[in-house]
Each structure stands twice: as structure tokens, then as C-alpha cells.
Design a binder for this molecule. Structure first.
Ligand code: ADP
Ligand code: MG
Length: 254
């Protein structure tokens, strides 16, 4: 993603043509938790392909396994069975070091609670992951400013998280997640803790970024209205994953 994209936020946002090469492919994912004597079989042989430029909603009742699945896709947790391919790499048997490296370069994660570093400014929160990934401070600062500007936060770059609103904090968390130009963005109920107007603003920022960058994104949400505005809805139910095409996409395809 070139910085040029961010310098033209006023351009109409157009749908990128997705290349039909999956950024992420999963096959036969099983996840079982053991709670004392009890076994909770959360994911029962799930498979899916996620393509470049796709904005995908991950929905399902509380406890259906959305977070578990996102953690496996984000290489933060391992499945008990099944394969995870990211950008053509089979990550299933990666060791911790390989997983960390892949995560830093290819995956961005946004949580429900922003988890920003409280003692650092918005700018530093976006700069630090880039420094960890080996970028020079000059490049990291310049890129952080461009992303924060794109997300409408130019006048907040020196603020610490506790001096910002919930929506602003969450937009900084999104900026941090994409700082290293990942190809896959995973978000776990990123608007779940926000009032409806703020949620809408954060959602629009997120969609704007996905459209501008061609990222693939999977966004867990309870909000069916937001889900219906994405490209595809993946629904978790009783350990199975179902794919739905929202109404607006069906009309587009006709
Ligand atoms: P969701 O994000 O859809 O609410 P989760 O993935 O958090 O669902 O949880 C799915 C199920 O797995 C729940 O029943 C939850 O209690 C259980 N679970 C999640 N994480 C763990 C864990 N680390 N240990 C044991 N059980 C867990
Ligand atoms: Mg969850």
C-alpha cells in the first residue's frame, strides 16, 4: 500500500476488483476447550477462503466461537485440527517465532477494547509497531501521520489514549493495526463498546481503509445492520460456519 492512497482521502471510494487468490484459507478447523471434566467443541471442522479486498462480517451468538476463530486465524492460538494458510504459506505447524513474524508482517488485529499503550501518544502507538518491525523512525512517523490523517485524527496525534474519546481511541487502534501494511485485518467486535453514532463513524473509517488498501478484513460483530453492509457474512452456529451474501451484493451481481 503506497502512502499516496492516504493522501487522496477525498477521492470516491471504489470497490477494488478482488483477485481470486485467497489471502487466507482454512481447512477443517477444530477447536476443543477442556473445562475440568467438560469438553467444549467450539469449532467443528470449519473451512473458508478469504479473498483480497473482501470485507467480511463474522456473526454468531455470544459464545459461538467468534473470538476463538479470530485468534486461530490471527495465529494467536492453535487449532486442535485443521490447516491455516496465509498468503500461500502453510502456517499450521509454524513455531512461536515463525508465528510472531508472520503476525507482525501480515496480520493486523483490532480488539473490542483498544489496548493502546496508555503512556504513549496516538502517534507513538502507531509508530512503535513499525519500529519493532524494523522500519526507521522517520519512515514510521511519516506513515503514522498519513494513516492518522486518513482516519480523521490529525489533531489528536499528540494526545494520549485517556485524553481521547472511545471512538477516537478505536480509530487509533485501527491505525496501529494497519501500520505495518498487513494483508489481513482481524477485528473482534471493534464497535461493540461504542454508542451507535460513534460505532457508525468507526465502521465507516474501517470500510474506507479496506476499500483504499485492498486489505481483506474479518470483523466480528453483533450488529446485523453493519454486517449487512459488508461484502459477505460468515455466520458461526453450533460449531459450523455458514456463508451468506448480503442483499446489496446480490443486487450488484444481478
Ligand atoms: P464468542 O467470541 O463468539 O463470544 P468465544 O470464542 O469467546 O465466543 O467462546 C466460545 C466458547 O468457548 C464459549 O463457550 C467460551 O466459554 C469457551 N472458551 C473460550 N475461550 C476459552 C478458554 N480459553 N478456555 C475454556 N473455554 C473457552
Ligand atoms: Mg468474542
Amino acid at each position: 500500500m503506497s502512502d499516496q492512497y492516504y493522501q487522496q482521502p477525498q477521492q470516491p471510494i471504489t470497490q477494488p476488483t478482488p483477485e481470486r487468490r485467497p489471502i487466507l484459507a482454512i481447512r477443517g478447523i477444530n477447536k476443543i476447550y477442556h473445562q475440568g471434566e467438560r469438553e467444549i467443541h467450539v469449532l467443528k471442522g470449519i473451512s473458508a477462503d478469504i479473498f483480497k479486498g473482501e470485507a467480511i462480517a463474522l456473526v454468531g451468538p455470544s459464545g459461538s466461537g467468534k473470538s476463538s476463530l479470530l485468534h486461530i486465524l490471527g495465529l494467536l492460538d492453535k487449532a486442535d485440527e485443521g490447516k491455516v494458510y496465509l498468503n500461500g504459506h502453510d502456517c499450521t505447524d509454524f513455531n512461536d517465532q515463525e508465528r510472531t513474524k508472520m503476525r507482525r508482517s501480515d496480520i493486523g488485529f483490532v480488539y473490542q477494547f483498544h489496548q493502546l499503550l496508555p503512556e504513549f501518544s496516538a502517534l507513538e502507538n502507531v509508530v512503535i509497531p513499525q519500529l519493532i518491525n524494523g522500519h526507521s523512525r522517520k519512515d514510521a512517523v511519516s506513515r503514522a501521520k498519513v494513516i492518522l490523517e486518513f482516519l480523521g485524527l490529525s489533531d489528536r496525534i499528540k494526545h494520549r489514549p485517556n485524553a481521547m474519546s472511545g471512538g477516537e481511541q478505536q480509530r487509533v487502534a485501527i491505525a496501529r493495526a494497519i501500520a505495518n501494511e498487513p494483508t489481513l485485518l482481524l477485528a473482534d467486535e471493534p464497535t461493540g463498546n461504542l454508542d451507535p453514532n460513534t460505532a457508525e463513524r468507526v465502521f465507516q473509517s474501517l470500510m474506507g481503509l479496506i476499500r483504499q488498501t485492498g486489505l481483506a478484513a474479518i470483523i466480528a460483530t453483533h450488529n446485523m445492520e453493519l454486517a449487512s453492509r459488508m461484502d459477505r457474512v460468515l455466520q458461526l452456529q453450533d460449531g459450523q460456519l455458514y456463508s451468506h451474501t448480503p442483499q446489496h451484493k446480490m443486487q450488484e451481481q444481478q
